[in-house]
Design a binder for this molecule. Structure first.
Ligand code: ADP
Ligand code: MG
Length: 311
């Protein structure tokens, strides 16, 4: 049995019109984590989530939720996951309380085990319990969808772009609640195209772009990569190969005159790097530096042409 909360292998999706949304992605979401699926619009995040939810049929690969294969054990797989969809859709003629009771009924949760009021309290909608859903604000509707995703007490909660159109205060409340759920043992997956959001909340981040996973690492190592600084030097003399023995990574451009030196700005200074170059007998005619942050790492990984030219 799989140890991962979600295990995706070679997942492919080609939509009816011929659009290839997923080119065979592999992902593993560790149990107990808050996992961020990050990527620009159109990357394939919702397609991935909707396949897990059983709303979109994959065209290749496999997926397991809490160890249950979505094809072979679809009922168990579905019971193991709660999904808050990107689009807000539900029946406006039911009250929030009725919405949760109906959803619990769909999952076969016995009356005695339903927690509709408790869930409404948790998402701060108790005073709207018996109002028509159509009278709720956008933020309230989204919170209702979170409660709805939790009626069957799934071990995995997936939120697809949960803060789109949600104001800052509500966003903070939502995150507090997500953290609370996680502390109580729920594995959380959230998709977002906001870096700061993923950075603040997630233990682990996968970045997808054009239907491919381009990074998958714990947040700390992604940030460590973001802590790298680059020094681009123009050399007086042409080199055949990048010099060895420097205290940092050195990459020579095709022309042999430009050297990109990547170092950890928390441990080294540009002065030390330049001194090492001089010590190696290299004459420097020009220098520029570049600070990377998570945004740069993200852009670098998701830009159509991976350019590393100096700024
Ligand atoms: P994301 O959620 O990361 O923004 P999506 O998974 O929604 O990305 O979309 C991935 C790609 O698949 C996009 O190019 C999108 O236009 C396309 N796509 C999504 N849904 C459909 C659909 N029902 N039919 C055809 N193409 C679709
Ligand atoms: Mg989406």
């Amino acid at each position: 049995m799989s140890e991962a909360a979600i295990e995706i292998r070679g997942l492919e999706k080609t939509y009816a019109g011929g659009k290839v949304a997923l080119h065979g992605i592999d992902l593993e979401v560790p149990r107990g984590s808050i996992f961020g699926l990050l990527g620009p619009n159109g990357a394939g995040k919702s397609t991935t989530i909707n396949i897990l939810a059983g709303l979109v049929n994959k065209t290749g690969g496999s997926a397991r939720i809490w160890g249950f294969d979505i094809d072979q054990q679809p009922r168990n797989a579905k019971r193991s996951i709660g999904i808050v969809p990107q689009e807000i859709i539900f029946d406006a003629f039911f009250t929030p309380f009725e919405t949760l009771e109906l959803q619990a009924g769909l999952f076969g949760v016995p009356k005695a085990e339903r927690r509709s009021m408790e869930l409404l309290r948790a998402v701060r909608l108790e005073d709207k319990a018996h109002a028509y859903s159509r009278t709720l604000s956008g933020g309230m509707k989204r919170r209702l969808l979170v409660a709805k995703a939790l009626v069957h007490n799934p071990p995995v909660l997936v939120l697809d772009e949960p803060t789109a159109g949600v104001d800052i205060e509500l966003r903070a409340q939502l995150w507090d609640y997500v953290r609370e759920l996680n502390a109580l043992g729920t594995t959380i997956v959230l998709t977002t195209h906001y870096l700061e959001e993923a950075e603040e909340l997630c233990d682990r981040i996968a970045i997808i772009n054009h239907g491919r996973v381009v990074a998958n690492a714990d947040t700390r190592s992604l940030l460590a990569e973001a802590g790298d600084k680059q020094l681009v030097v123009t050399l007086a003399d042409r080199l055949e190969t990048a010099p060895g023995g420097l205290p940092c990574k050195a990459v020579l451009d095709a022309g042999g005159h430009m050297l990109t030196l990547t170092y950890d700005k928390r441990r080294q200074t540009a002065g030390e790097i330049l001194a090492a170059l001089t010590g190696a007998g290299l004459a420097v005619v020009d220098v520029s530096t570049q600070d990377a942050d998570l945004e740069d790492v993200f852009l670098k990984l998701t830009s159509p042409s991976v350019a590393s030219a100096p700024a």
